[in-house]
Write a protein that binds this ligand. Structure first.
Ligand SMILES: Nc1ncnc2c1ncn2[C@@H]1O[C@H](COP(=O)(O)OP(=O)(O)OP(=O)(O)O)[C@@H](O)[C@H]1O
Ligand SMILES: [Mg+2]
Length: 264
């Protein structure tokens, strides 16, 4: 970690596209030890918000400070290289017959092919460590394109971890996973969240069932506006979920995991 205490500091950020207000005066701070869940329905603005916080989009209004630097006053390229964004779109850009270890190692340089760069002992060590954290040791020699969706998601997470980011965004990593694969991913995310040296994390999801134990805060978003934000247990409530998703929701919490269903 870089020693910066506030990793993301957004003040009254708005985003307007095609005359529509996709984000409306969002104020949000992520500090170094935080692991945030960003929850909200389809179209709430979750991906837009992390695109701004990961410096891939400029807001229409508001102030954006990331890793201690203010957007608009700093060279974005070196700053972006310290921020990992894991989204399903990445999987399509990687050649299917790359080995898992190659997919992870090329993450060190943000590359798509192993032959673009030379890699040394330090790269191999970081690759092995990331592969271990995501429980992929047995899979390191397998071809990326032959993996299941769940295995592939874990490889993309390991790839992001391999570059030692100072901040990490995960956009719906559990989308499309069956129960077993989801639970496996969630347990690896718990391990990641509680491991020493893990950077601040932001996990985007629609489902409270996907919130891993060890996550500390939640931001609830609806129609571009913050419904609630704060420490996880105080923020994810049946009332706040009902307001966020626009229907009456029951909530159960067991062993630190959440379960939500519509109240009829
Ligand atoms: N560049 C753009 N121009 C116009 N509209 C956009 C643009 N990007 C996103 N939108 C719209 O903004 C809204 C929020 O999109 P966004 O992708 O941030 O939502 P989301 O919360 O991530 O949704 P999902 O859960 O479905 O991924 C959507 O209605 C989307 O169609
Ligand atoms: Mg999205």
């Amino acid at each position: 970690m870089s020693g910066i205490r506030i990793a993301v500091d957004l003040t009254s950020v708005s985003l307007v596209r095609d005359g529509r207000r996709l984000l409306d005066r969002v104020t949000w701070q992520v500090t170094a030890e935080d692991r945030w869940v960003l929850l909200g329905p389809n179209g709430a603005g979750k991906t837009s918000l992390i695109r701004i916080a990961s410096l891939w989009e400029h807001p229409t209004a508001g102030r954006v400070r990331v890793l201690g630097e203010e957007l608009g006053r700093v060279d974005l390229r070196p700053l972006r290289s310290r921020i990992a964004v894991v989204s399903p779109a990445m999987a399509d850009r990687l050649r299917p017959d790359l080995k898992v270890s190659e997919v992870v190692m090329t993450g060190r340089r943000g590359a798509l092919e192993p032959w673009w760069h030379d890699y040394g002992a330090e790269d191999r060590e970081a690759t092995e460590s990331a592969i271990g954290t995501m429980g992929l040791d047995q899979m390191a020699g397998r071809r990326f394109g032959l993996l299941s969706t769940g295995e592939r998601q874990r490889v993309l997470l390991a790839r992001a971890l391999a570059c030692d980011p100072d901040l990490m965004f995960l956009d719906e990593p559990a989308a499309g996973l069956d129960l077993g694969a989801r639970e496996e991913l969630v347990s690896h995310l718990t391990r990641l969240a509680t491991q020493v040296g893990t950077p601040p994390l932001v996990l985007v999801t629609h489902h409270v069932e996907e919130v891993p134990v060890g996550f500390t805060h939640a931001l609830l978003l609806k129609s571009g506006q913050v419904v609630d934000r704060g420490p996880l247990a105080m923020t994810i409530t049946s009332d706040s979920l009902s307001r966020t998703f626009g229907l009456p929701v029951n909530l159960a919490v067991e062993d630190g995991r959440f379960r939500a269903w519509a109240r009829i």
